[in-house]
Design a protein around this ligand. Structure first.
Ligand code: GLV
Ligand code: MG
Length: 313
């Protein structure tokens, strides 16, 4: 069972007020950040704040994640040690940024296993979320996504990624000026989505930095939601509600999906004549239609949708 992750709220670990406020927001997931939202001189204090917030805060209904610093820094081991040692029982996943190879994941997996043993925690319970944020990470994404049974998500990190490939733009998530055809992110999003799905992981879209422009956030979110992504980061409370909506199937699609499931279950039954391909209104449906409908129905049910009374026709 995958966790809901339509909205993944970034919370700087150096800001106790935001660590407090985040608990009252309706994000499916929070990630308490030790990486790029925290200045180097504030990293040690942020570890303490995060441990305290995980242990004493009320995070019910939310997936609790901590983003540690990446393996090229001096901080990763100390971050993981502090967080798992201090609050391992109150932590669902560790997010690893700037993953460049499967070894980065394996190293974190081994470290987590050792710490779980040390602190008497169930071995293998803490999950890993992998951020793909540079060219090397993307070319290795298939191996990265298969590198550990702890992996739960593959995440696109557009800001670092744009820097890594020298994309000529300063507006994260928007099309680079001068690129007047197609979607400059399509290939990247699709590679991440393929690697995620091939390994039964969730695919998560990254941040949109123009936090006051919720309509633009929705436009960008709707694109990755349409491709099949499960959720997106939120940097601001207004982005949470928008993400929760954009990554929930529209009610009409949900109703139609449930209707297809019922109709196909009947068609294939004894009473329905054991038929594998039938007309439903003007559309021919078969086993593949059932699978497509199941994806939408499952996402809708997870988001709490229920069928409207007149659904289906
Ligand atoms: C997120 O970490 C990004 O770089 O976009
Ligand atoms: Mg980044």
């Amino acid at each position: 069972m995958q966790r809901p992750r339509r909205s993944c709220l970034a919370v700087p670990g150096s800001n106790p007020r935001m660590l407090e406020k985040a608990q009252g927001l309706s994000a499916d997931q929070v990630f308490l950040d030790l990486e790029d939202a925290v200045a180097p001189l504030a990293k040690a204090g942020a570890r303490d704040n995060i441990v305290a917030a995980l242990n004493t805060g009320d995070w019910r209904g939310k997936t609790r994640v901590v983003r540690v610093n990446d393996w090229t820094t001096a901080w990763t081991v100390h971050d993981v040690l502090a967080i798992v040692g201090g609050a391992g029982a109150n932590l669902d996943c560790v997010m690893l940024p700037k993953v460049q190879s499967a070894e980065h994941i394996v190293a974190l997996d081994l470290l987590l296993t050792q710490l779980e043993r040390t602190y008497g925690l169930p071995v293998g319970r803490i999950g890993i979320e992998a951020q793909i944020e540079n060219a090397r990470g993307l070319v290795n994404v298939d191996a990265i996504a298969a590198a550990s049974p702890r992996l739960e998500t593959v995440i696109f990190g557009p800001a670092d990624f744009m820097a890594s490939i020298n994309m000529r733009s300063l507006v994260v998530g928007e099309q680079p000026p001068g690129y007047d055809t197609g979607d400059a992110y399509h290939y990247i999003l699709m590679r991440i989505l393929m690697a995620a799905r091939a390994n039964d992981l969730q695919a998560i879209d990254g941040p949109y930095l123009q936090v006051r422009d919720t309509e633009a956030f929705r436009r960008v979110a709707a694109r990755s939601a349409a491709l099949g992504f499960d959720g997106k980061w939120a940097l601001h409370p207004d982005q949470i509600a928008a993400a929760n909506e954009e990554y929930t199937p529209p009610q009409a699609d949900y109703d139609r999906a449930e209707h297809i499931l019922d109709a196909y279950a009947f068609a294939t039954s004894d009473e329905g004549g054991r038929r594998g391909a039938v007309m439903l209104g003007d559309e021919m449906i078969d086993e593949a239609s059932r699978k497509m409908a199941l994806v939408i129905a499952t996402k809708g049910r997870a988001a709490g949708l229920t069928r409207t009374a007149t659904a289906g026709a």
